[in-house]
Ligand binder design. Sequence first.
Ligand SMILES: Cc1cc2nc3c(=O)[nH]c(=O)nc-3n(C[C@H](O)[C@H](O)[C@H](O)COP(=O)(O)O)c2cc1C
Length: 207
Amino acid sequence: MAFAESVNSENEPMQGVTARNKPRILLAASGSVAAIKFGSLCHSFCEWAEVRAVVTKSSMHFIDKTSLPRDIILYTDEDEWSSWKKIGDGVLHIELRKWADVMVIAPLSANTLAKIAGGLCDNLLTCVVRAWDFDKPLFVAPAMNTFMWNNPFTAQHLNSINSLGISLIPPTTKRLACGDYGNGAMAEPSLIYSTVMLHVNSRSQPL
Ligand SMILES: Cc1cc2nc3c(=O)[nH]c(=O)nc-3n(C[C@H](O)[C@H](O)[C@H](O)COP(=O)(O)O)c2cc1C
């Protein structure tokens, strides 16, 4: 794939496709316990890509900010509103949608899955998805308790997002953070990273 030219959060032109050789990955976390692994995921991607991060309010209960790469730009719902003052200012979710070549939501909570499946957009993460260009890859790595995973809503919502072209990195079966044993644990960060990297590299054109 060719990497998109876009704007940064200050609405200034960024490097064009010919001037850069790193993909721009927008990493997002929603409110699953598996968000404790978000720092590790960010570190992996930062070795290979330009990375920006979006987090939901709930996910921040699980993310230790000191585990994140020091120079990563982390966006919250507050940034969406504080960065807009008047007509003509950039709108953060649109800027991020333009900036990113690829989006990866890991972990994807049951709630955010349901919202994406229904087209809801009441926070920064879901607004980016609602504005997403589905010609660009979007990966999700769900993480939830087995009861939630096995609930019929999950299959319905996965069918909906699959029809949009969103790629699923399936959860695994193991002892979950709550002590239950079953399916619903987020795929390991190393698997998420390698899945995305292989996909992007297989579509890359020489720059
Ligand atoms: C301690 C705790 C752990 C949770 N773990 C999960 C989880 O692993 N997966 C999930 O889908 N929801 C989990 N939830 C519920 C979500 O955090 C909740 O649905 C929240 O509204 C998700 O918001 P978000 O999708 O905007 O991040 C958990 C809640 C709590 C309090």
